[in-house]
Design a protein around this ligand. Sequence first.
Ligand code: SF4
Length: 336
Amino acid sequence: MKKHAIIPIFISHRGCPNDCVFCNQKKVTSREGDVQPEDVRNTIEQWLTTLKDVETVEVSFYGGSFTGIPMEQQSAFLEIAKEYKDSGRIDAIHLSTRPDYIDVPILDNLKAYSVDVIELGVQSFSDHVLELSGRGHDAACVYKACDLIKSYGFTLGIQLMIGLPGDSMETCRYSALETVKIGPAIARLYPTVTILGTELYAMMERKEYSPLTLDEAVQRTKVMYEILEGAGINIIRVGLKSSEIMDQEIGFHPAFRQLVESAIARDRISQALDALIDLPEGSIIDVSANSHSYGNIFGHKGSNREFFAKKYPHLIIKGAVDNDLRDNFYQVIPRP
Ligand code: SF4
């Protein structure tokens, strides 16, 4: 049975005054948003007819800066979502926004409309990275916004990006550690995608920016993932969703989460195998994982299988499913 369903509603922030170098949302000055409040009702109705066997349903306003649109428009969208929440047809209201679009009047309004989850596009805790990325706010603004959101009792989410201008393994690690100090319930990790037509793309052409290689992005994200996971933060997304447009862009990989989780599996399984010394040629090793993590044992397109075969040619590794194990935990036992 599927547990949780999300009804996504994309509210673009047209006329956004910010200049994030990676952004591809078209800037126009007049109308705010393509979606109109009545579209929200239609979208929810359409989704509700298709959702079966779900325990909870959440309406989620995506687009990055929901609270940057005029307050009346926020209210018009939220009023419809609240109506569905009050009638019990949905369970939660979720939105994402920028740290500098959080203040007391905004949060009072979100509270009045029973919003549950606020995700902040933090991207980095390094002021240098934020500045080079044209974010228009500093890390101090992030701490302030997070404190305020938590003081209202909203569920907090933090989104971080990997590989922005000025970013490094150290700033990535630092951002993950600062996230842990704040203690959001949920997090998302997005490797930077260099999209044609953005300032970031122009920076790359001027040789002022070098996109990460896929391996660099995986290695940095792995470090951040393990820090967040170790602190019990629910990492709800790693990498952007695949789409026809996105598939063409520099830095995009459709299975990025699996690449990161496979790299983690490789480290964890290797560590356990290294501890098993003096096993005779042909020993069988059972490696168990729950069904969610099972595919990571052998890695994306069998990359870990190849790695283990080279590093441990005398061992035969067999995978098994054990749903009592937690995600990303691998039990490594030599067969008697
Ligand atoms: S990513 Fe930055 S520039 Fe683009 S819409 Fe969001 S806030 Fe505005």
